[in-house]
Design a protein around this ligand. Structure first.
Ligand code: MG
Length: 296
């Protein structure tokens, strides 16, 4: 068990939260500033999506990623940058012909989904290791697509953060790790509380932890929860020896009735839990060592 807890802050995501919460970062500058503030509050890793500046909707324009990443790198924080590769994996069947995607779907070739990672070379990028219902849509990642993405990620020396929204995603990642498609020790993030996917459930969480420890004993793992599940996953993960994720991508509220003032406030809440369990918050450099990230 690690002593240090790596706190990741997922600062904006791609959900329909703009206008629902007053402080969702939209422009690359706002996204970078949120990452920097989160880093100063104790986050070792900033997980970054970008949004269309006009509409606020999730986007995967490389120029937007470039500006956000450059602004974080030009700051005087040395936070670990983690870019999403989730965009381009959302399928919505149209009513008339389910074989044709409905408007609003964002389904792309796997090579396209990692172009920003190849260009910007963050230390970490996400890799969604399977398929499932995601709200009203499908998160659709065939094994072939996963393998193409993993190959590109491996070739540019970026560490994939395995997004495990389901038990099968853990098994998929372990298989690819044993085959060498995912090099180094696995870094698995359990995500619970996505609508129509795995709910926030303590026994399932415990089984995830046992499964990772059994199949990949040297793996590092992280717990993330959606909405009111965020604070629960923070506490379960910290208590059980893992790392944890917070931020406005996953949850907008600091308590049942109050919007979280900022990403940094959510990081502070997670850091307070670390104190409760007498585990130090990992620095940026400790996170690099624990996760065996490539030298920058
Ligand atoms: Mg994300």
């Amino acid at each position: 068990m690690n002593d240090e807890v790596i706190i990741t802050c997922a600062v904006t995501g791609s959900g329909d939260t703009v206008g629902v919460h007053p402080a969702i970062p939209v422009t690359p500058e706002e996204i970078a500033n949120a990452a920097i503030e989160a880093a100063r509050a104790g986050a070792a890793i900033a997980h970054i999506h970008v949004r269309d500046v006009e509409t606020g909707r999730g986007n995967r324009d490389r120029a937007l990623f470039r500006e956000a990443v450059e602004r974080v790198r030009d700051s005087n924080t040395d936070v670990v940058i983690n870019l999403t590769t989730g965009m381009g994996g959302d399928y919505i069947p149209s009513e008339a012909d389910p074989a044709v995607a409905a408007p609003g779907a964002d389904y792309a070739r796997p090579e396209e989904r990692v172009l920003h990672v190849e260009e910007l070379r963050p230390e970490i990028c996400s890799l969604d290791c399977g398929s499932m219902n995601f709200g009203p849509a499908l998160m659709l990642n065939t094994e072939d697509h996963l393998r193409v993405m993993a190959e590109h990620i491996k070739n540019c020396g970026v560490k994939p953060e395995i997004e495990a929204f389901d038990l099968s995603h853990i098994h998929q990642a372990v298989k690819m790790s044993r085959e060498g498609a995912i090099p180094g020790k696995l870094y698995v993030q359990f995500v619970m509380g996505v609508k129509n996917a795995m709910p926030v459930d303590k026994e399932t969480f415990d089984f995830y932890v046992q499964t990772v420890k059994r199949l990949a004993p040297d793996a590092e793992w992280c717990g993330a929860g959606i909405g009111p599940g965020q604070i629960m996953l923070n506490e379960w993960a910290i208590a059980a020896g893992g790392h944890t994720r917070t931020g406005l991508e996953d949850n907008l509220r600091i308590d049942r009735n109050t919007m979280a003032p900022s990403n940094a406030a959510l990081v502070k809440r997670a850091a307070d839990l670390c104190e409760k369990y007498e585990r130090p918050v990992a620095t940026w450099q400790q996170a690099r060592e624990i996760l065996e990230l490539r030298p920058a």
